[in-house]
Design a protein around this ligand. Structure first.
Ligand SMILES: C[S@@+](CC[C@H](N)C(=O)[O-])C[C@H]1O[C@@H](n2cnc3c(N)ncnc32)[C@H](O)[C@@H]1O
Length: 242
């Protein structure tokens, strides 16, 4: 019996992927199909455009931590173009092959720039931005690293942070097993999907983490299919002329 009471510390295969860039592209395509079918990307996009609506500005810089092949950034760029909103988009990841795929797929997106960085080690002080997003990346880290990580993001973003990650639950795990039989082709995506759910979060754990960031507003909501979106809003300084 699998125990879902606590987060698993099992490593994901993709964290140390020995395959070629062509094999990686196939796995990432598989993962992207899951995200699209289950509506995972839309959760981040909706949250980002809510923050944008709340803070009218001339343009927005959005930083994606753990961007992989850049799907989320291209989806954000397309939505921003449709809505006539100027954006500069920055993707960071430590996987150089994923970034090569990201750059190739983003040739028609001059608003996107990619950097190879380890989120745990990088100095982000040169990357001031309006919004930080991170999707399916938080669960890659240990509890002890997450707080540091989220505090850094909150410091960087002038408007807020959007974290989109999985809900750890037996139902999610077994439904994913069935789903993967039909919709997922690669073994890596099947195994990592299940490991991700075991590494993921309960709502109470996210709320407990949020208590360590008291000077911002937190909104944590459950979304289909077994995701949490955690929106951190910076308190805006009111003008001294008000
Ligand atoms: C499951 S993928 C999610 C990719 C993408 N955000 C998405 O939603 O499809 C997690 C990504 O986090 C990256 N990652 C893991 N640890 C990292 C670290 N310490 N620094 C930078 N990126 C990291 C991995 O390389 C991988 O591309």
């Amino acid at each position: 019996m699998i125990d879902f009471k606590t987060r698993s510390d099992q490593k994901e295969l993709l964290d140390d992927y020995p395959g070629t860039i062509t094999q990686l592209a196939v796995v990432l395509k598989d993962i992207d199909r899951v995200n699209r079918l289950l509506g995972g990307n839309a959760i981040t996009i909706n949250a980002v455009f809510r923050l944008i609506q709340e803070h009218p500005r001339k343009s927005y810089t959005i930083l994606d931590m753990g961007c992989a092949q850049g799907n989320m950034l291209r989806a954000l760029a397309k939505t921003a173009r449709k809505r006539n909103i100027e954006v500069q988009l920055i993707g960071m990841d430590l996987n150089s092959d994923a970034l090569t795929l990201a750059r190739t797929a983003s040739v028609n997106f001059p608003e996107i720039t990619y950097y190879e960085k380890d989120i745990l080690k990088a100095d982000f002080s040169d990357f001031a931005c309006d919004i930080v997003i991170t999707t399916l990346t938080l669960h890659h880290f240990k509890n002890s690293e997450i707080l540091d990580f989220v505090q850094q993001f909150t410091k960087l973003a002038s408007i807020g942070v959007v974290i989109n990650d999985l809900h750890r639950s037996a139902i999610a795990y077994y439904l994913f097993k069935v789903f993967s039989l039909i919709f997922i082709k690669t073994k890596v995506a099947k195994v990592d999907g299940l490991t991700s759910i075991r590494r993921a979060f309960r709502k109470s754990e996210l709320w407990a983490l949020s208590k360590s960031l008291p000077h911002v507003d937190h909104e944590i909501s459950w979304k289909w299919a077994f995701r949490y979106v955690w929106i951190i809003r910076k308190k805006q300084q009111s003008s001294s002329y008000e």
